[in-house]
Design a protein around this ligand. Structure first.
Ligand code: NAP
Length: 314
């Protein structure tokens, strides 16, 4: 029996490539811009694409694969994929929710602590010999018991809130509907949330619907002692407004895993002392990346066998 073709786009780990090669005739491309270079006859027969990456996968790219029926995204966030264009073409989109919640929530907490307790500066203090020369580093900021706002109480946001409840923090959240959670305070809009807390953790979906939701007004409402942590998508924050506020000390700091232009982030961030920067590594552990690959392949296998998709988006 001939094995079905599969186009895999992105920087996969060796175990993913091996697993896909074991089941399919694999056509691996490093990035989506290589798609037009695949022979037309091959593109004409492929029904599934395993996608990994943050470059736009729009209608024009879908049209290069005319028999396409599935885009299986590696990642829970599918904002790079034009789902409307996919639906219009009868293409199903799947993602990998759930399996990465713990890691992304862990990183959010780590970022919050790193920013407040100045972990990176503390490490530099030791490595540079400043400790021996100057003694104690400047005092930093207590996190436990503070007031935290979770912007987006979805799967990841909920895990973050659960962890921070363990830090005896007062939990506030914004969602589109009141979850009625005893002891946690619901806010119907992001400005009200920001006004009520010192730490604002962004855990929303990306994409056009949430673009700039953390606006200049939200940042202003957070105030001078405020800290923003973002593990969702760079687009959710008005980045120039955030940079202005950080540069002018209108908020205390930020800790960011995601940016508007990755990996070439706005160089203004690099000059700031009050930020912690990470290279979009929220789900970046071996165990979780393995689980994400497995779930992506389960979706591909289900689609090609005509079975119900485990984690459909549209
Ligand atoms: P989720 O369970 O779908 O939660 C998404 C949240 O976004 C929910 O709180 C939802 O609000 C809110 N939301 C959706 N559309 C909205 C809109 N139009 N306006 C306002 N709020 C809206 O997703 P998740 O699994 O927690 O993942 C959240 C995001 O984290 C992903 O989409 C991805 O971008 C990001 N992420 C980042 C990393 C990383 O490496 N840093 C890794 C994984 C995921 P309601 O509760 O009101 O529905």
């Amino acid at each position: 029996m001939t094995r079905p073709d599969l186009i895999a786009i992105g920087a996969y780990n060796s175990w993913d490539i091996e697993a896909m090669e074991a089941a399919y005739t694999l056509h691996h491309l490093p990035a989506i811009d290589a798609l037009p270079r695949l022979p037309e006859a091959l593109r004409g027969q492929v029904r599934a694409v395993a996608y990994q990456g943050h470059h736009a996968f729009g209608g024009a790219e879908m049209d290069l694969v005319p028999a396409l029926g599935l885009i299986a995204n590696f990642g829970v966030g599918y904002d790079a994929i034009d789902v409307e264009a996919a639906t219009a073409r009868g293409v199903k989109v799947t993602n990998t929710p759930g399996v990465l919640n713990d890691d992304v929530a862990d990183l959010a907490v780590a970022l919050l602590l790193a920013q407040g307790r100045r972990i990176v500066q503390g490490s530099d203090w030791v490595r540079s010999g400043t400790w021996a020369k100057k003694g104690e580093m400047p005092l930093n900021r207590k996190i436990s018991g503070g007031r935290v706002g979770i912007l987006g109480l979805g799967r990841i946001g909920r895990e973050i809130a659960n962890r921070l409840a363990g830090f005896k923090m007062e939990i506030h959240y914004f969602a589109r509907t009141d979850r009625d959670i005893t002891g946690w305070t619901f806010h119907a809009d992001p400005v009200s949330l920001a006004r009520a807390v010192d730490y604002l953790i962004v855990a929303l979906v990306g994409g056009p619907a949430t673009k700039g939701l953390v606006s200049a007004e939200v940042i202003r409402a957070l105030g001078r002692e405020g800290v923003i942590v973002n593990i969702s998508r760079g687009t959710v924050i008005d980045e120039p407004a955030l940079l202005d506020a950080l540069e002018n000390r209108r908020i205390a700091g930020a800790a960011l895993d995601v940016f508007v232009s990755e990996p070439n982030i706005d160089p203004r961030f690099l000059a700031l002392e009050n930020v912690v920067l990470q290279p979009h590594q929220g789900s970046g552990t071996v165990a979780t990346r393995m689980a994400m690959g497995e779930l992506q392949r389960k979706n591909v296998a289900a689609f090609l066998a005509g079975r119900e998709l485990p984690t459909p988006v549209n």
